[in-house]
Design a protein. Structure first.
Length: 486
């Protein structure tokens, strides 16, 4: 890391709605070669900071200075739906603003090698696994070896081998990296500073140190602020009582009351606006459809090995209350198997007729982005559930009235994930199929979600690379793809 500043925010304010700033007078600087975490609650403006850096939006006031000539690469959270039908090569070609250079394929191969993505360039993006798509997003950002690399939740969909490879790459990368992630262990491995966005004050603070050290510093500061406020509140109350008592006296007592009133005003101005961390979603229960018997019957298993699809013998019956965990590395066909099962297109497994299926897809394929949030919830509201109950369920997932009229596409990825869980509650399914359900979800919500899934009395099929999350869920059986790859 050098002392040269590659990025500076100078009193930047940005608002989507008049007098409702997302960030307010933000000032910070990033030195060349540094590895920085962008930290803050949901809605604090982390993605807005990225958009300001790339100049896809402009500040209402203040200025964003990027070093002259510095290139910027951005790895998004998800691949746009309109790009899923492209080949990997055609997707990469979108990274070139001008004519595609003659050595483009060589650049593509280097970028793919950097993130350990080993698929033919002719492969359709939609045929890649979630983990492979995550690698593709990163490779897309790396193809020009940018001076500033912006990563938005880069570990989503990656297995542990993929995360380890990414950490190694980032440590060795000699340019500036700014990361948004909820994966604390990942962040602590390579970041050396934190830019903290407070969703309530709209202010931005900068800290130096590894991720865990900064988190501890912030927590200690919160505790100091709370203690300071508690003492000030005690002083204020005591003086207010004295003001009320002495104000009705004459002479010197009235003068004392005036002095105490001034001290009260000073103490009130000294009160610190203590930051509040994210609200956590409410505890919830997913009621189960009244159904019994064989919920899912697996007769064989499609497995991708060395980019070749084969079918292996495998028989399994999933009944009510059975929770099945599917394990295996990226790219072996787990997501494709689940997608075909849910869509009734699978030749290898069938779901019992009339079973209501709740599907959490890692790319939110179960959501209609053109619907309003209200209509998305209304669509799955089962039976005689009243609207007021539907709204209450949504509020429990922090989907409040202000979001109901917005299009699903306007939600953040985290909000889309919480919308999916709200839909599961309203659906009252017999089977829940979950493909990387911890992706995009704030870590504070995960224990609440894990408990609800663990307590669910219907059938569950779960794919997740987050072991800490899996460990909190009741699992009755495992399907491990690794034994079919030997």
């Amino acid at each position: 890391m050098s002392d040269e500043v590659v990025l500076r925010f100078n009193e930047v304010t940005f608002e989507y709605q008049h007098k409702k700033p997302i960030i307010d007078e933000a000032s910070f600087s990033v030195r060349n070669g540094s590895k920085i975490t962008l930290m803050g609650q949901n809605g604090a403006g982390k993605s807005t900071i990225f958009k300001l850096i790339t100049k896809s939006i402009k500040p209402n006031s203040g200025a964003v200075h990027v070093k002259e000539g510095a290139s910027i690469g951005t790895a998004k959270q998800v691949i746009e739906k309109q790009d899923l039908e492209l080949s990997v090569e055609k997707y990469f070609e979108k990274s070139y603003s001008d004519k595609v250079p003659f050595n483009a394929k060589g650049d593509m191969k280097k970028a793919m090698d950097a993130v350990n993505l080993t698929v033919p360039l002719v492969t359709k993006v939609n045929d890649l696994s979630g983990g492979q798509q995550a690698r593709l997003l990163l490779a897309f950002a790396l193809i020009s070896h940018p001076d500033i690399l912006l990563l938005d939740e880069p570990t989503n969909n990656l297995d542990q081998a993929g995360i380890n490879h990414l950490i190694e790459f980032l440590i060795m990368y000699d340019k500036t990296v700014i990361v948004i992630s909820h994966d604390a262990n990942f962040l602590n491995c390579f970041t050396e500073g934190v830019i903290y966005l407070d969703v309530f004050s709209k202010k931005v603070e900068q800290y130096v140190g590894d991720y865990y050290t900064v988190v501890e510093d912030i927590q200690n500061r919160i505790e100091r602020e709370k203690r300071q406020n508690a003492q000030l509140e005690k002083n204020i109350q005591d003086r207010k009582e004295k003001v009320n008592f002495f104000a009705h006296k004459g002479g010197k007592m009235r003068k004392l009351a005036k002095k105490l009133k001034t001290e009260v005003e000073n103490d009130e101005e000294s009160m610190v606006d203590v930051r509040r961390e994210d609200k956590t979603i409410r505890d919830f229960k997913i009621e189960v459809q009244d159904i019994s018997g064989e919920i899912v019957k697996i007769e064989s298993l499609p497995v991708v090995k060395d980019h070749e699809l084969s079918v292996v013998p495998y028989e399994f019956i999933l009944r009510r209350k059975d929770h099945l965990l599917i394990k295996g590395p990226n790219g072996v066909g787990k997501s494709t198997f689940l997608r075909n099962l849910v869509s009734s297109e699978s030749k290898h497994a069938k779901i019992l007729a009339d079973v209501r299926v709740g599907y959490y897809s890692q790319d939110f394929a179960s959501l209609n982005y053109d619907q309003t949030v209200y209509d998305s919830l209304e669509e799955v509201r089962f039976g005689n559930t009243e609207e007021i109950v539907m709204r209450s369920v949504a509020a429990g997932f922090l989907i409040t009235g202000g979001l109901m009229g917005r299009k699903v596409r306007e939600l953040s990825e985290g909000q889309k994930g919480l919308l999916c869980f709200a839909r599961l509650v309203l659906m009252k399914p017999g089977l829940i199929v979950l493909d990387e359900p911890s992706n995009h979800i704030n870590f504070r919500h995960l224990p609440v979600i894990a408990k609800a899934l663990s307590d669910f009395e219907g059938a569950i099929i779960l794919v997740s690379h987050m072991q800490e999350f899996v460990d909190q869920i009741r699992i009755d059986a495992e399907l491990d793809y690794n034994k079919f790859l030997k």
